[in-house]
Design a protein around this ligand. Structure first.
Ligand SMILES: [Zn+2]
Length: 579
């Protein structure tokens, strides 16, 4: 596939089960391998035989996973190439749907296997727990409901993505309008903000109806699986073995008690700097001192070499990992025509190496992205020696510790990109972003807890519940005249519609990242050793153990949050604001 930025990568280990030369885009060649695995399982007469079977299953999964990643990478690097698009869609339409039932069958086979109990307990505890859960939660009557849920989710995305406004004679998507909120001209910001808010309000009915259908479906899915409400079901389905709704409620309370005073302080400072009487919703994204954007680099190779220097200051192993990615051309970073938007890290599961994609244009946001995605890449590199495929991936709550820690740790060396005043400005923006996102995470999470534990609520009750959360976590923003926009603000949060309950993960991970950073301030080498050791565990241990290995507490109450907020407040006080 010459549409890939890198050359053919050798498999980390020679294949033992999947034939060389197999076409992994052709289901008729893959299916016999699933047949073989199914057929072989009963004949596994020893624990060692069953372990071999698990490794073969993992080898097949890794090969399929890598095929899927390569097709996705080729497509996103060449959106204008019809072949690349066709190859990716072929995989999504003809291979993925076939995989799902076959994987489920193997999971069932494994869970029912008489020798499973004889495998080393400690080693297989997490894998067993996850596989058993998958089997337990399955209900054939939920299959059509889940298909319907996916259809409705897609409708939400279609509606959201289709909205445009006429702005100064041009049609603009709502995403394109976002950048006008960073303009220093206040009247222009207001105009842009109002257009977007009003456009969303025009679709209010549709968003509400879509959401109500989704809630109804989800409630039914939960009932079919034997749960009293969808919240309890979602906690199981998302594999949240190690924290409960009550822990999330503690997080909400901690954000209210510890983070909100800090939000208020930052907003008061912003108001003073902007010289405005009250902060309006369109005053939140602009640089409060009206400075032009930061320019960390001109060329993308400068970004790469400076990032390399940052890792060189942090840790020799991380620096070597990033260098290796450059040597293997596992980075496609520059924005250019024909590239999909955004950024991601993807792991080539068979070669066991990471790939980073982004669209760098020379902004501070790009530096944040490369540090973040490099954190994910270090995670992939750290788990290379793990042979059980499932354990080469950690739960999302910890994956984001790997990436968010790297943002905080890397920011210590931003002088590789800037003179000190600009480096401090970038640090301030980053830390303020962390403070503010905590309040939004608490809002979005608490809202969903309310939704799914209040079956049969009316639309008015739902709106009132949201408004109460905006009062609790919205800070001191003056919404007068825009009450309807405030009451419907959640319509823009995609997760609420299409990934129910998936959001607090980012809050949990940020608490971990802040702890890693706090540790590094006491002893950098020790903090990084913990970080690397925790990454190397991949997904082989439960979340609390991954956090402990990283030197963090897996706990989200005030006890954990308070000292972290103190740390951020102290840092911000140290960084001069006006320059
Ligand atoms: Zn991430």
């Amino acid at each position: 596939m010459d549409l890939l930025p890198f050359d053919a990568l050798p498999a980390h280990k020679p294949r033992r089960f999947v034939p060389q030369g197999i076409d992994l885009g052709d289901w008729s060649q893959i299916a016999p391998l699933f047949d073989q695995l199914e057929g072989r399982a009963p004949a596994c007469a020893t624990a060692a035989g069953l372990e071999r079977w698990l490794l073969d299953w993992g080898e097949l999964n890794a090969a399929i996973d890598e095929e899927s990643s390569k097709r996705y990478i080729a497509m996103t690097c060449h959106t204008d190439n019809a072949e690349a698009e066709k190859a990716y869609l072929h995989f999504v339409e003809h291979v993925e749907p076939q995989l799902k039932p076959r994987q489920f069958k193997l999971a069932q086979t494994y869970v029912a296997h008489p020798l499973r109990q004889r495998l080393p307990k400690e080693r297989y505890a997490v894998f067993d727990r996850d596989t058993q859960l998958q089997v337990e939660l399955f209900r054939p009557e939920n299959v059509p409901l889940e298909t319907e849920e996916a259809r409705l989710s897609q409708q939400y995305q279609k509606l959201s993505g289709s909205l445009t406004v006429q702005f100064r004679g041009e049609e603009k998507t709502l995403i394109q309008m976002g950048r006008y909120l960073e303009e220093t001209d206040r009247a222009l910001r207001q105009e842009a903000w109002e257009l977007v808010a009003n456009r969303r309000l025009q679709e209010m009915e549709k968003f509400e109806e879509q959401f109500e259908q989704l809630v109804k479906l989800r409630t039914q899915i939960a009932r079919n699986a034997g749960f009293g409400n969808y919240r309890d079901y979602a906690f199981r389905k998302l594999g949240r073995f190690d924290y409960t709704p009550a822990d999330c409620e503690k997080f909400h309370a901690a954000v209210e008690a510890e983070v909100m005073p800090m939000v208020a302080e930052l907003q008061a400072e912003r108001r003073r700097q902007l010289g405005v009487r009250t902060l309006r919703p369109w005053d939140l994204a602009v640089d409060p001192l009206n400075r032009p954007p930061l320019r960390p680099f001109e060329q993308v190779d400068q970004m790469v070499s400076r990032t390399q220097e940052v890792f060189g200051r942090l840790d020799p192993d991380l620096a070597a990992g990033f260098q290796r990615m450059q040597d293997l051309r596992l980075l496609d970073l520059a924005n250019r025509k024909g590239k999909a938007p955004g950024g991601y890290q993807s792991t080539l599961a068979e070669a066991r190496v990471p790939f980073i994609f982004m669209n760098a244009v020379g902004l501070q946001r790009d530096v944040e992205t490369i540090l973040h995605e490099a954190g994910h890449a270090f995670h992939a590199l750290a788990t290379r020696a793990e042979d059980l495929y499932a354990y080469r991936n950690a739960p999302i709550e910890f994956c984001e510790v790997a990436s968010m820690s790297m943002e905080l740790l890397g920011n210590e060396f931003l002088e590789k990109f800037y003179a000190t005043p600009e480096a401090n400005r970038a640090r301030r923006v980053h830390l303020e972003g962390i403070v503010n996102i905590f309040s939004w995470i608490a809002t979005v999470d608490a809202f969903q807890h309310w939704i799914y534990t209040h079956p049969g609520h009316t639309r008015a009750e739902r709106t009132a519940a949201w408004v109460a959360l905006m009062d609790r976590f919205g800070g001191e923003v003056d919404w007068s005249g825009y009450e309807a926009a405030r009451a419907n603000l959640w319509h823009r949060q995609l997760h609420i519609f299409i990934h129910a309950f998936y959001y607090i993960e980012y809050g949990i991970a940020q608490l971990g990242a802040l702890q890693v950073w706090a540790n590094s301030k006491r002893d950098k080498a020790d903090a990084l050793n913990h970080y690397k050791r925790a990454l190397a565990l991949g997904g082989s241990r439960p979340l609390p153990e991954l956090f402990t290995a990283a030197g963090c507490n897996f706990e989200f109450s005030q006890k954990t949050v308070a000292p972290l907020v103190r740390l951020v407040r102290g840092e911000l006080a140290r960084l001069p604001a006006e320059r």
